[in-house]
Design a protein around this ligand. Structure first.
Ligand code: PA5
Length: 435
């Protein structure tokens, strides 16, 4: 299997290999608890076996719904926030052209709602929806989260006005809890096709449930390949007990070892713009899982070379807080050579006939060398290419490593008590009954 590889050579400016290896017993203990389901948060471990246990009847129904809706949807509005939104967006943005929005192609284009309360955003969205055929996928596990509830009310009213209540109810899909919550109730009353988020899968671990699969398939991408990648990575993560044979264990070990040496920030560095949302998904995964009890690496991200012209100065020369995890892609899906120019007025003929990937790779190598010499430990994660199969591997890799890393850190990686604090204040300010 073509798979993820990890290079730790450039963290050795801060750690010795022996210091990393010394963590293996703790890492294996964490892995044991994760697989045995006998530690904190064990009622949220459904994601561990999800790639193997996914219901094939549900997948067939999902594909049939997409077959029915795609031809009449220039756009699908995906309504959700946090774990009910970032996984789908991460995969879709990794695979689609940056310019798909302008390319009136065959596939539905996915737009998002419920992840913001910005009024201008919704005005712009409704203006777009005025002029095109669309369907809606509303996602909320609790079914009561304020941001998607408000957004759904706005979009539902627009669609019902545009198409009538009966046709609107055929264009809306709900993904929510099997039994509870306001969204469940609305879906039952209105007769929307409904998909279930399993009780034992938390939002940030839910991309391989209908939460991620439905929007990804609607955007035209191959969810069978995504699941296959996750299945193959699951075997690698479960079957291997050495750091060198199991990238998830190595990743968990290195970031914990660096944290214990005083590193406070992990920057996920993507070498391609289309991985920006992978970093957003990863930030939620690690931030919500580990940032508690006064502990945890702060997950941050940059894209190179874009952000080398903004954040590069700080990384090179600012306070020594951070490690970098460099996410590299071995092969592009297409090549674009630099053309020759006889007059060479721009002075870049030395790049003639090099591909942009060769240039980007040199920029990346140069960045690693510079940052390492500036005292930043850099771990490299390399994937063979960006496609559904590899993204499925990456999803499972990061999720498994997160569970192991959180237990090694000594926290419950599967709860998120901190996210409730702002809600109480907001409800009080809005005058919600009972607050
Ligand atoms: O990871 C989480 O649990 C959160 O990010 C939730 O996914 C997010 O708050 C949305 O919750 P819900 O799906 O209940 O609307």
């Amino acid at each position: 299997m073509e798979t993820i590889s990890i290079n730790i050579e450039h963290v050795l400016n801060k750690l010795t290999r022996a210091e990393i290896d010394a963590l293996l017993p703790e890492i294996l203990e964490a892995k044991k608890h994760l697989l045995a389901g006998d530690a904190a948060g064990n009622d949220f471990l459904g994601w561990v076996n999800l790639p193997e246990t996914i219901d094939s009847e549900m997948l067939s129904r999902l594909k049939a719904d997409i077959h029915r809706l795609a031809p009449k949807s220039r756009i699908m509005v995906v309504v959700g926030i946090g774990g009910s939104y970032l996984g789908a967006r991460m995969v879709i943005e990794a695979l689609q052209s940056e310019f798909d929005a302008m390319n009136h192609g065959e596939k539905p284009y996915i737009v998002y709602a419920g992840h913001t309360l910005g009024e201008d955003y919704y005005h712009q969205l409704l203006t777009l929806l005025d002029g095109c055929d669309y369907s809606v996928c509303v996602i909320s596990k609790s079914g009561t989260t304020t941001e998607p509830a408000v957004a759904f009310r706005i979009v539902k009213a627009h669609l019902e006005k545009k198409k009538g209540a009966e046709e609107a109810s055929k264009r809306i899909i709900a993904i929510t809890d099997a039994r509870r919550g306001a969204l469940h109730e609305i879906a039952v009353q209105e007769g929307y096709p409904m998909y279930v988020i399993p009780d034992d899968v938390g939002g940030r671990f839910s991309v391989l449930t209908p939460v991620g699969l439905l929007p990804i398939a609607m955007a035209g991408y191959n969810i069978d390949r995504l699941l296959q990648g996750a299945r193959d990575m699951r075997r690698t993560c479960i079957d291997n007990d050495t750091l060198d044979s199991n990238p998830a264990l190595m990743y968990a070990a290195v970031r914990n070892a660096l944290y214990r040496k005083g590193i406070k920030v992990e920057m996920l560095v993507s070498c391609q713009l289309n991985l920006r949302y992978l970093a957003e998904w990863w930030k939620q995964l690690y931030g919500e899982s580990e940032g508690k009890d006064g502990k945890g690496l702060l997950p941050h991200s940059i894209t190179i070379t874009t952000d080398l012209h903004s954040m590069g100065q700080y990384v090179q020369d600012g306070e020594r807080l951070m490690m970098e995890t460099m996410l590299r892609v071995r092969k592009p899906n297409a090549t674009v050579p630099v053309p020759t120019d006889e007059r060479n007025l721009d002075g870049i003929n030395y790049l003639t006939n090099k591909s942009l990937t060769e240039i980007n790779d040199c920029a990346t190598e140069g960045t690693i060398a510079a940052h390492v010499s500036g005292g930043v430990p850099v771990m490299e994660i390399t994937v063979p290419r960006v496609d559904e199969y590899v993204l499925g591997q990456l999803i499972y890799f990061f999720e498994f490593a997160c569970g192991v890393s959180g237990y090694t850190l000594g926290v419950n990686p599967f709860d998120q008590p901190g996210v409730e604090a702002y809600k109480k204040n907001m409800f009080h300010l809005l005058g919600k009954p009972g607050f």
